[in-house]
Design a protein around this ligand. Structure first.
Ligand code: MSP
Length: 510
């Protein structure tokens, strides 16, 4: 069977600031999806990167007294390091200052111009540099953007994209593709926004220079969102639409974005693509925002959370698991040290870690450090193993619509089931009363632990690999197609090491 293509993206991050929990969140979510689909045998392309042009970056560089290119080179590197920090497995890290990307953005512009969708005029209105967005007077709240960003009055010659003409095609597109925008509340928001009427969009700037030049008009640079959105196809080889990656992966994409940048992705992006004669993306998922101990996260409040600190304090898998499990993907949620401590101690150290530790050290000690040969499995054993095996289609179902928290819940239902099986079977009592049955029970448990490690590995990849290593489970079998298969007796089981040390006090609080 040919492999199914699966393309997942994060927003490309602005390089005016160092990475924080919001960036880590989308990147981990994308990584979990990418890893899940790879283990499920799909052909995966995971894209992330940095958004390096625009007024915000130019102003930040000016404030710091460095050239924009120097700023972007330095800060972009910090985002690239998120990957090793959080065990991200992107296939491509794109930077919008790359020549190939610039050429792709210009090619998209030329297509739009050639098809008559751009015209020259001038823009007079409000602009929020922080959001890199134009706002109408009626959208302002107490003289600020609805996002709370400061706005400034801008008047400049500008090219416009005829967005107003795309109102009807967009509404038809949403209608025909009910799964394009998720969650459903976000879809409704977008539809009512489009129904309320679209105005043509200014797509070039002429009062500063840090951007991609407009083809055949060096007085203008492209509006940073037109430039940035193009990354999703320039990374696949656009404008060479005959390139393998473009042909394979476009438009089979899941764009993950925060709710604040929904409009750019749900309205402008499909409109640009349709206007250029390209297919709009298949799926857009808007996730919620984290607060910190109940407060909005902002630099001015000094309460930002650095991914580096999280990893140092709690560990990579713990950070990833907490972010995915704690809040329903799509809703807002709160970060607190107490919550991450409770969540990781309970689910990782107690439930999963102890299960593995108990079973593997018992095998190591009482089965000559190798996986024992079982006797016939009882119906209870079969029933238990079937429950574990059935987690895969259930998890897949949740992953299909990006319900990452439910996917975690399902896997941990399996962990709870395995703990109940241990308690029911009491292998330590069997050691004296029925050593052969003890071996069977341990064999069944080891098989379930292998399955649980495989199923959990998208979210806790380091611990999962360690578990499989401790069971000498072959690398080439570490795929979901191995879920449900019985293990081979005789595999070495060395003395296991602890997986998730229990943390008692959050260092920040203690
Ligand atoms: N450069 C644009 C995206 C262009 S994509 C073609 C951008 N960059 S950003 O760096 O400002 O934001 C990146 C992401 O971080 C957004 O999806 C945003 O929602 C997310 N978050 C920023 N703060 C956040 C939280 N406190 N919580 C969760 N996500 C948050 O926008």
């Amino acid at each position: 069977m040919p492999q199914k293509p699966f393309f997942v993206t994060t927003p490309i991050y602005y390089v005016n600031d160092t990475p924080h929990i919001g960036h880590a969140y989308t990147s981990v979510a994308a990584d979990v999806l990418a890893r899940f689909h790879r283990l499920d045998g799909d052909n995966v392309f995971f894209l992330t990167g940095t958004d390096e042009h625009g007024q915000k970056i130019q102003q930040t560089a000016l404030k710091k007294g460095v050239e924009p290119q120097t700023l972007t080179d330095t800060v972009s590197e910090g985002f690239r390091q998120l990957s090793s920090l959080l065990a991200l497995t992107e296939d491509r890290f794109i930077r919008t200052t790359e020549t190939a990307h610039k050429e792709a953005a210009q090619a998209l512009w030329t297509r739009l111009a050639d098809k008559g969708h751009l015209y020259q005029s001038s823009y007079a209105g409000w602009y929020a540099v922080r959001d890199e967005a134009f706002y109408q007077e009626k959208e302002l709240v107490d003289g600020k953007a609805p996002t709370g960003a400061d706005v400034e009055w801008v008047e400049e010659p500008s090219y416009f994209f005829n967005l107003s003409k795309w109102e009807k095609p967009l509404l038809e597109f949403y209608e025909q593709n009910p799964d394009f925008i998720a969650p459903a509340t976000r879809r409704n928001e977008v539809i009512s926004f489009v129904k309320s009427g679209l105005r043509d969009l200014s797509v070039s700037r002429s009062t500063f220079t840090w951007g991609i030049s407009v083809p055949n008009d060096s007085d203008h640079i492209m509006y940073v969102w037109l430039d940035a959105l193009t990354n999703y196809i320039s990374a696949l080889g656009f404008p060479q639409t005959s390139q393998e990656n473009f042909k394979t992966f476009w438009p089979h994409v899941v764009h993950l974005v925060g709710k604040d940048i929904l409009r750019f992705h749900a309205v402008y992006w499909p409109a640009f693509l349709m206007a250029a004669g390209l297919e709009p993306p298949k799926r857009l998922f808007a996730h919620g925002w984290w607060t910190h101990e109940g407060q909005k996260i902002s630099k001015s409040l000094g309460n930002t959370i650095s991914p580096q600190d999280l990893v140092t304090t709690y560990g990579v898998d713990q950070t990833r698991y907490f972010m995915m499990r704690e809040i329903p993907f799509g809703s807002d949620g709160d970060f607190s040290h107490k919550a991450i401590l409770q969540r990781t101690n309970a689910d990782l150290s107690n439930d999963f870690g102890n299960l593995v530790q108990r079973v593997l050290s018992f095998i190591h000690k009482h089965c000559e450090a190798q996986l024992p040969v079982p006797q016939d499995l009882t119906s209870d054993d079969h029933h238990f193993l079937r429950l574990i095996e059935d987690l895969l289609p259930r998890a897949r179902e949740e992953i299909q619509h990006q319900a990452l928290h439910k996917y975690c819940e399902i896997v941990w239902q399996g962990v709870a089931e395995a703990n109940r099986y241990v308690d029911r079977m009491e292998p330590w009592s069997l050691r004296k009363t029925n050593p052969e049955r003890m071996k069977t029970v341990l064999f069944v448990l080891a098989t379930s632990i292998k399955d649980l490690a495989l199923l959990a590995s998208p979210v806790i990849p380091l611990a999962a690999a360690k578990i499989l290593d401790q069971m000498s489970f072959p690398h080439d079998k570490r795929l979901f197609s191995s879920v449900g298969a019985l293990l081979e007796s005789g595999l070495p089981v060395p003395k296991p090491e602890g997986l998730f040390p229990r943390l008692s006090v959050a260092p920040q609080e203690g």
